[in-house]
Unconditional design. Sequence first.
Length: 114
Amino acid sequence: MDRIKRLSTEILNEYQDKFGTDFSSNKQFLNEVSIIRSKGLKNKIAGYITKILQRKQKFEDQKQELIEKEKKEMETNEPVTEPVTEPVTEPVTEPVTENISKEIINDDDSKDAS
């Protein structure tokens, strides 16, 4: 595990309630909690913490949507589905082929022979 991930998880384990999904506020709180002299390292750690918390928030939102959808299904006793649209397909056309009879070909051959 590289040092940014390791440092970020250590800080998050101690101060998880203090951090949020906003990068600038996370960076300010990181200044208060730790002493990191390198601006680049501080930004990377704050960015990684923000990324982790945004992923958690997105997961929780999706989970809540599923719970609400299931509640609606239970209330109405009907599955809640989104409308399905059929893809538009063009009719298949057969390629035009010409029927050439053998008699016509034979007639042409006989004229060439004379």
